[in-house]
Design a protein around this ligand. Sequence first.
Ligand SMILES: Cc1cc2nc3c(=O)[nH]c(=O)nc-3n(C[C@H](O)[C@H](O)[C@H](O)COP(=O)(O)O)c2cc1C
Ligand code: SF4
Length: 518
Amino acid sequence: MKMQFFIPCDAGALAVGAEEVADAVREAAHARKLEAEIVRTGSRGLYWLEPMVEVATPSGRIAYGPVAQDRAESIVDAALTGATHPLRLGATDDIPWLKRQTRLTFARCGIVDPRSLEDYRRHGGYKGLERAFALGAQGTIEEIAQSGLRGRGGAGFPTGIKWRTVAQTDASQKYIVCNADEGDSGTFADRMIMEGDPFVVIEGMTIAAVAVGASKGYVYIRSEYPHAIAAMKAAIETARRGAVLGRRIADSSYTFDIEVRVGAGAYVCGEETSLLESIEGKRAVVRAKPPLPAHKGLFGRPTVINNVLSFASAPIILEKGAASYRDFGIGKSRGTMPIQLAGNVKYGGLFETAFGLTLGELVDDIGGGSTSGRPVRAVQVGGPLGAYFPRALFDTPFDYEAFAARDGLIGHGGVVVFDDTVDMAKQARFAMEFCAIESCGKCTPCRIGSTRGVEVIDRIVSDTERTANLAILEDLCNTMKFGSLCALGGFTPYPVMSALTHFPEDFGAAPRRLQAAE
Ligand SMILES: Cc1cc2nc3c(=O)[nH]c(=O)nc-3n(C[C@H](O)[C@H](O)[C@H](O)COP(=O)(O)O)c2cc1C
Ligand code: SF4
């Protein structure tokens, strides 16, 4: 009998020993003269259970986790005999944390072999592209527009409108650019899907190419993601061999190919125009808009630039139809969002769900509160430019407009949890300092304002002319908000002002709250 084990080769799982566990399972199977196949998958996204080992059985996969190297032998024995095991989690699909999700974008992640185009096809891959061929360019754009999909990179701009703009711009050459810079704190969804299901990103980019008439694409991946870079490069090679990239893809009249470009290592490289500069081999400095990248983007040509998750959502929308995607969600936030729970949270990982859950449900119920066991005090949503939310705002539904109404943003779906030991004045200072370090330097409010902002916060915390400096900080934040060229300078005031507004007690001369707690 041949046994099949599934062990992630995702960077998050590797970081906690998945490679050693895979070796140990292989050795244990060999020692027992078992015929065993070890499939290296992506992660299911339940990171507190990594390395998670799954075993195929006639009734579906059975999961064990978190598995240390020295437990591999006993797990192989348990899998062989069906005996109970302390790390047995039961049927993977019945694990409540997975069962509660609606996995559309991440439907295959953790299940398929990310290196196998056949496995991708077996699990529904390339059905979306087939439908895009059948619908043609205009029909495909209409489908994406009707689905209500909004960009998952941060700004939440309607993807259909972006594609339509590029389609309607005349040019002999157009480009598709996938933004995989993933710089937001606490986010890892782009990395996870590139490592766990890279063909869905390739298929999504190809659908975009068909929609707008582009023949060349680039995936810009941050240099800190070596596994994702390797996974995407390998998948692109395989896709070329499988004739789903290159000339006359899948026997159609379309030509489309993709190259990987490695990021230059700055947060601002994720901003779309500086990313385009970086691909062109220049320093990543933000471009003034207009012109929009949709009109004059990469090498001055019309360019679709979307986040990894936006592209990865296109295949399922095309396959199942716009209405089936649109049915999920609330208000103008349609479909599902791969939410990433991180920081001081008990159950950290990727939770894909329809828009609409409240922040409190996400943090307390799904996230299980803090890992430290102390009360959760603040949550930063949407990366380093996102606002800090106190418990009083935990009734905010995960929805673009609801967050904006409370001076926050959803961004790329990162939720970073802090317990009651956090010093919010330090967090506010960190936000300003981050902006000062990462500023591209093109505009004054951001370049100079962020450095002055750090100094002002220091004066407030040390009680130097506190009232006057509070007024200066507010004034400075408004200048940055309304006078910056891009959202790095323009949104840094959100974490700063939210910390000050919701946690004023932390901005005193001494950390009063912490003293009181001791
Ligand atoms: C400072 C800064 C950093 C950004 N970093 C990223 C990033 O890492 N990934 C991303 O997809 N979008 C990032 N964005 C947003 C992009 O500029 C752009 O809106 C996005 O790539 C468009 O794709 P979407 O419509 O699919 O979201 C960043 C924006 C700013 C201002
Ligand atoms: S806001 Fe900052 S990062 Fe953005 S263009 Fe201005 S200086 Fe550059």
